[in-house]
Design a protein around this ligand. Structure first.
Ligand code: G3P
Ligand code: MG
Length: 248
């Protein structure tokens, strides 16, 4: 018999909100994910220079905001002046980089569950995790399923485990590490998040058979999603939740 998984992940998780439908890591992106039928979203959390957790993927402000600067060198007040929407589509001009606090409030309003990826700027692994835990504790309603904290950075997951042991954790990797079950136990994780492009057919089922949930990123077509589900993947992290059925 299959063991009871340590966490029940949904079939579809919107990536960076719904990065194929609206600007990534923004409030309109959360709304697009909800409208596409997502029950969960994944977003990236990085600290501004003032220590405020923001939703942002890159350290550089170039790709999205078109600015030669770094998110970890600007304060939240300075970042609020930047446009995080126009690079996706001029129709989204004026969209701001949200703080984690603003994003959590919008997720609650939209009834979304969340996977917060701790995405530290260089040198900020522990403090990014600690600020994320503090913000979730302060703002996330007690009566809702707790946010799942994930990271590529093992130092961030260790800090999250130490500061917020009540929040479930997931390890993100490109390739499954050789000693994957030891690492998952050490960091007290409930899930393993694997790059879909690197995933081998048997790998996912071995992880779920051992009781961990598996998420695969980033999958933007239904055929690939169906194949991965057949390999035992629980959750598909996608930019295009409109293309990935919840009941594959
Ligand atoms: O959380 C899964 C996925 O988001 C990890 O990659 O670079 O898109 O944050 P990235
Ligand atoms: Mg991410």
């Amino acid at each position: 018999d299959a063991p009871t998984p340590r966490i029940a992940l949904p079939p579809v998780i919107g990536h960076r909100g719904a990065a194929g439908l609206a600007p990534e890591n923004t409030l309109p992106g959360l709304r697009a994910a909800a409208e596409a039928g997502c029950r969960w979203v994944e977003v990236d959390v990085m600290l501004a220079a003032c220590g405020t957790p923001m939703l942002h993927h890159d350290v550089s402000l170039e790709r999205i905001e078109g600015i030669a600067g770094r998110l970890d060198q600007w304060t939240a007040t300075q970042l609020a002046e930047l446009d995080a929407g126009a690079a996706f589509d001029p129709a989204f001009a004026g969209t701001r980089i949200p703080t984690l606090a603003e994003a959590l409030a919008e997720m609650v309003r939209l009834n979304l569950q969340v996977n917060l990826e701790i995405k530290p700027a260089p040198g900020a692994a522990r403090e990014t995790a600690e600020a994320t835990v503090r913000t979730v504790r302060d703002l996330w309603p007690e009566d809702r399923p707790k946010p799942l904290l994930s990271s590529f950075q093992r130092d961030s997951l260790a800090a999250a485990r130490d500061k917020g042991p009540e929040l479930p954790r997931g390890l993100i990797v490109q390739n499954r590490p050789v000693r994957w079950s030891e690492v998952l136990r050490e960091l007290d994780c409930v899930s393993l998040h694997l790059a879909a492009d690197h995933l081998l057919p048997a790998e996912s089922r071995e992880v779920t058979d051992a009781g961990w949930a598996v998420a695969a990123y980033t999958v933007n077509d239904g055929g690939t999603a169906a194949r991965l589900r057949g390999w035992g993947v629980d959750a598909i992290i996608t930019d295009r939740p409109d293309l990935i059925p919840n009941d594959l």
